[in-house]
Design a protein around this ligand. Structure first.
Ligand code: IPD
Ligand code: CA
Ligand code: CA
Length: 266
């Protein structure tokens, strides 16, 4: 399954690069939420490939939702973002990825993130560690948030809920070495897994954004929770990832701006 996910991600990445070179149609799913021809072609390719090898497996993909097999009793569940970073892609900014995760009985067992612009392929298998282009990767050794470079993003309801998202930014801008917003959650997570970045937080994410990155970070020795420190799962919108060492400091910053468990319960 990991090999098939790797093949699917590479082939989908080639499709994206083809569209990037020759142009593509863009439509609006929402006011600032775009979908391009490339998203759709990438998704169709990945789904067709998976179904041809594992016809009974369930599939969730961003642009088409649950496949016809969502009623199947298969324990295997593929979770796909065919193009993470669509806004970057549609503006010609080379920061986007394909993300494919596989769950078995609710537990992530394989995850692949492929950045076709840098030809970087990140992959993880439960219990077997994480790699980038075949080399083992690990989260950073940074011990303090003060020395950490952290990253976040905004969901597409940012205009309506800006007041909920900005306080955490303020706190991290005061406490971290730097804060970034690259516009592709899968890239953010892959970079935490390989130690380029030290932490990532975001609200309003979907399973297709988080599935592969979650396993990648855990297999690279990092920690993944919700923003309040409780256990993460793919169907929760709140995610905090880190190298583990700065996790508690990040939780404390989030608690101060209202994301702590005790505050949420009040
Ligand atoms: C988006 C990107 C972005 C994040 C948004 C996502 P999309 O995914 O990952 O960085 O901030 O929350 O929805 O729409 O480009 O696949
Ligand atoms: Ca996404
Ligand atoms: Ca997407």
């Amino acid at each position: 399954m990991l090999e098939l996910a790797i093949r699917a991600a590479r082939e989908a990445g080639a499709i994206l690069q083809n569209f990037a070179a020759r142009g593509f149609a863009v439509t609006n799913k929402g006011r600032i939420n775009l979908v391009t021809e490339a998203d759709l072609a990438s998704e169709l390719h990945i789904k067709t490939l998976i179904s041809s090898h594992y016809p009974a497996h369930r599939i969730l993909a961003e642009e088409s939702g649950l496949s016809a097999h969502d009623v199947s009793s298969s324990d295997y569940f593929w979770i796909i973002d065919p193009l993470d970073g669509t806004t970057n892609f549609s503006h010609g900014v080379p920061c986007y990825a394909v993300s494919i995760g596989v769950e078995h009985k609710g537990e992530m067992i394989a995850g692949v993130i492929y950045d076709p612009t840098r030809d970087e392929l990140f992959a993880a298998e439960r219990g077997a560690g994480a790699i980038c282009n075949g080399q083992k990767i690990q989260v950073s050794e940074i011990e303090t948030l003060e020395r950490g470079l952290v990253v976040s993003g905004f969901p597409y309801d940012v205009r309506e809920r800006l007041h909920e998202y900005l306080p955490a930014w303020g706190e991290f801008l005061k406490r971290a070495q730097g804060v970034r917003r690259f516009g592709a959650a899968a890239i953010d997570m892959a970079y935490v897994a390989m130690g380029r970045l030290d932490g990532f937080w975001e609200q309003g994410l979907h399973a297709w954004d988080t599935a592969a990155g979650w396993l990648l970070i855990e297999e690279a020795g990092g920690r993944v929770t919700k923003l309040d420190g409780s256990s993460f799962d793919n169907f929760t919108p709140s995610m905090l990832c880190s190298n583990g060492k700065i996790h508690d400091e990040m939780l404390e910053a989030l608690r101060l701006v209202g994301h702590g468990q005790s505050l949420e319960k009040e």
